[in-house]
Design a protein. Sequence first.
Length: 92
Amino acid sequence: MTTMNVPVPLLPSAAPPEPKEIMVGNMPLSLFVPICIFGPMLCAMLVHLYIKKSRQVGREMDRQRHGGDVEMQLRGFLGVREQRGRENVREV
């Protein structure tokens, strides 16, 4: 039995086949999965912030419609009385 020495080239002329990435439509799976996970989370966060802001604006509109916040009215009333009291003390 004779053995033949077949020369093995150090640099193969044909590159080894690259592993094919799984595609979903024309999008690679490595991009599709994060979009499926983080897309709805981002959408939900934006909707949450929109609702929160619209409620805050609604409360401010109600306060203005009903003559302002009661606490602010009391502060204004007390502030005016304090200023009048100080003026009276200065005059005396």
